[in-house]
Design a protein. Structure first.
Length: 74
């Protein structure tokens, strides 16, 4: 899912947040899996830069869980 790749273009038709669905992302600057980490951001989404954490750690991270709950509740 490299930014600007044909795969991304195919599944989004150029619109990163299609339809009326609200989108959000949470990402850390230390992400070693999604490179560059800034490619996690989506145009039209609520993007949240969070502290470094393991991917499993985000499942119990109070900031991420609270942000997710607030986003879903809004």
């Amino acid at each position: 899912m490299y930014p600007g790749s044909s795969f991304t273009a195919q599944i989004t038709s150029g619109d990163e947040t299609p339809g009326s669905t609200a989108y959000a992302t949470w990402y850390p600057a230390c992400d070693g899996i999604i490179v560059p980490y800034t490619s996690t951001r989506l145009s039209g989404a609520t993007d949240n830069d969070v502290l470094c954490q393991t991917r499993i750690g985000y499942l119990a991270d109070a900031v991420v869980l609270g942000g997710t709950t607030d986003f879903i509740g809004s």
